[in-house]
Write a protein that binds this ligand. Structure first.
Ligand SMILES: [Fe+2]
Ligand SMILES: [Fe+2]
Length: 285
């Protein structure tokens, strides 16, 4: 963990999180989240306001009357939905950047993160979790550590990456940097002051052997991450989005048990594909 903290020391230079976005994240996760305070904060950022209005007016929410203000969004869509739209809009700038060290082009980390978040939210609803917005945020930010480790990984790989046989991504990070993106992501979110219900699933999403990984939030993020990886998406051909049911059957034994998931899997995947393809491009302004 100390190595992870070293990497985020100069975080403001590597991945500046716009202050408004961070405040929105914190206000949205306060237990007594105030609607006027949240609306006021969002309105301070014109880009975030525009994103939220476009999202709220998208086909997915199917409103006939046009939504024209943040307060309108909160009243018409409800606080939970608003939190989720605000958190997504606030994070897209950070997640949209290319990560060469991980062979991820522009937008790829964002597509993956938004996919995992959308899935986690649907799985969480079926599992009847209490704080689904926290699970959504954890899922959205689960790979945020890659943004921090991208450059160090590129440098170290250049110097001494000659592994035979090929390593998993986590093994490669551990080998070269003595930490991994899950640990660094958790250290970053702790530094940003986000609650444990968000930080822990991020920190453990690749390490299900730890006692704290028995928490439902960790299980959901891990499961959603796996499902997003086996659901292929090509931004050029969104209509061809495809869930690899065979890959699921092959790995099912290793996946954590989440209440009501297995018997509703088909419904969950169908809802995910619909929602993802209809909303993903809204945020890419
Ligand atoms: Fe990851
Ligand atoms: Fe991931």
């Amino acid at each position: 963990m100390d190595v992870a903290r070293e990497y985020i020391k100069n975080i403001d230079k590597i991945a500046p999180c716009p202050e408004v976005a961070l405040d929105v994240l914190s206000i949205a996760h306060e237990s007594d989240c105030s609607i006027p305070k949240l609306a006021e904060k969002i309105e301070q950022d014109p880009g975030l306001t525009a994103n939220m209005l476009q999202m709220a007016n998208s086909a997915y929410f199917g409103h006939i009357k046009k939504i024209t203000s943040i307060r309108d969004i909160i009243v018409r869509l409800g606080l939970e939905t608003v939190k989720i739209i605000a958190i997504t809009s606030a994070s897209v700038g950070l997640l949209n950047t290319p990560q060469k060290g991980y062979a991820l082009g522009r937008g790829e980390l964002w597509h993956h993160s938004y996919g995992v978040a959308t899935l986690a939210n649907i799985i969480g609803r079926y599992a009847k979790v209490r704080d689904n917005a926290a699970i959504y945020t954890a899922a959205l930010l689960h790979d945020v550590g890659k943004i921090i480790l991208d450059r160090p990984l590129q440098l170290e790989s250049y110097n001494r990456d000659n592994q035979n046989p090929p390593l998993t991504m986590i093994e490669r990070e551990r080998n070269l940097l003595h930490t991994d993106h899950a640990e660094v992501g958790m250290a970053l979110l702790e530094k940003w002051g986000l609650p444990e219900s968000i930080c822990v699933p991020v920190g453990l999403h690749h390490d299900m052997s730890q006692p704290r990984a028995k928490r439902l939030g960790v299980k959901i993020v891990h499961l959603a991450d796996f499902l997003a990886h086996i659901t292929e998406y090509d931004p050029e051909k969104p209509e061809d989005m495809f869930f690899d049911a065979l890959a699921y059957e092959d790995h099912k034994e290793n996946l954590p048990e989440v209440p009501h998931f297995e018997k509703n899997m088909r419904l969950i995947i169908d809802e995910y594909i619909d929602k993802f393809t209809e909303t993903v491009s809204v945020f890419e302004l």
